[in-house]
Ligand binder design. Structure first.
Ligand code: ADP
Length: 294
């Protein structure tokens, strides 16, 4: 089982002619409400990749339709608590050029406490994984509880903040970053620098650096494995990283070798960038299998 301690956000997406200016009140031309949050996206990707995934999170009671939605995607939601606090949400303006501007409110995602994680991981064991992003509270206790139980920890420090550097990163088994996160974490600004830093700092850890349309590389016990991205016509790269992580970890946690697991992640994320949206752009296993046969 993969336990995913992660955000569930409601994305309020407004089409606008231009970003709202100071003091301006502006009518939006279209509105959509969507399931979002890196946590939810990664749970959906894991489920669509065929993994057994239990999401650990919190939402406001009145938003329980999002729990039903996650359940329909195949995510076990037993450990999603419904409370009074407002759900995490994002107010997203999108211009005709496709640029966005986002206001994010952490809400219930930031009220998760260590006892919630203790309960969720009560029967977890060394065959299980705990996946974390940087959109919830209780990361430090989650890492400690997982370690106590022998559960392996995968961490995607997104969005990256200074607080990440204070976490016990030595207790992480698998670290997954994109170029921006890798640069902020290491203080190095290119692929070679980031990889060198990681190799020095964490020689026994698995580290994945995703490189957008350049593909991905992984340091596994000091060995470098590289996989190219697939060439596709990208229309929307939202959730590319989340899709990659879900499909990679679903395979890797089943002891599929790194090269093949990276390839599945790249294939799934390549499909996702050819489709609009976040959760709804994530393919399922058979689409990924068919894509890889081509
Ligand atoms: P994030 O979405 O977190 O910024 P990346 O941009 O590095 O992460 O993308 C994650 C993975 O998605 C890449 O390693 C790659 O396999 C795939 N991907 C992203 N953009 C493209 C693209 N334009 N074409 C094909 N694959 C892509």
């Amino acid at each position: 089982t993969i336990y995913n301690l992660g955000s569930v956000n409601i994305d309020h997406v407004y089409q606008v002619d231009h970003f709202v200016q100071p003091g301006e009140t502006m009518a939006s031309t279209a509105y959509q409400q969507l399931l979002g949050g890196k946590g939810a996206n990664q749970s959906v990707a894991l489920a669509r990749a065929g993994a057994s995934v239990k999401h650990i999170g919190k939402l406001c009671k009145s938003d329980n339709q999002y729990v039903s939605m996650l359940t329909r995607y195949g995510v076990d939601c037993e450990h999603i608590a419904l409370e009074e606090t407002p759900s995490g949400h994002a107010i997203i303006q999108v211009t005709p050029e496709g640029e966005n501007a986002i206001v994010l409110f952490g809400g219930a995602n930031q009220t998760i406490a260590s006892r919630d994680i203790e309960q969720a991981l009560a029967t977890a064991s060394k065959d299980d994984w705990l996946l974390l992003q940087n959109e919830t509270s209780a990361l430090e206790s989650a890492i400690a509880i997982a370690k106590q139980r022998g559960v392996r920890v995968a961490f995607n420090p997104a969005p990256m903040t200074d607080a990440v550097k204070e976490l016990p990163l030595n207790d992480i088994d698998l670290l997954i970053v994109n170029e921006v996160e890798g640069a902020m974490l290491t203080g190095c600004d290119d692929k070679a620098g980031i990889l060198d830093y990681c190799k020095q700092q964490w020689p026994n850890k698995d580290i994945i650096l995703t490189l957008g349309k350049q593909g991905v590389c992984m340091l596994s016990q000091g060995q470098l494995v590289e996989v190219d991205a697939f060439t596709v016509d990208a229309v929307d790269t939202t959730a590319a990283g989340d899709t990659f992580i879900g499909f990679f970890l679903a395979a890797y946690s089943q002891n599929i070798d790194s090269q093949q697991a990276l390839q599945r992640g790249c294939a799934a994320s390549a499909i996702s960038v050819t489709r609009a949206g976040a959760a709804q752009s994530i393919p399922n296993q058979s689409e990924v299998d068919a894509f890889l046969q081509k």
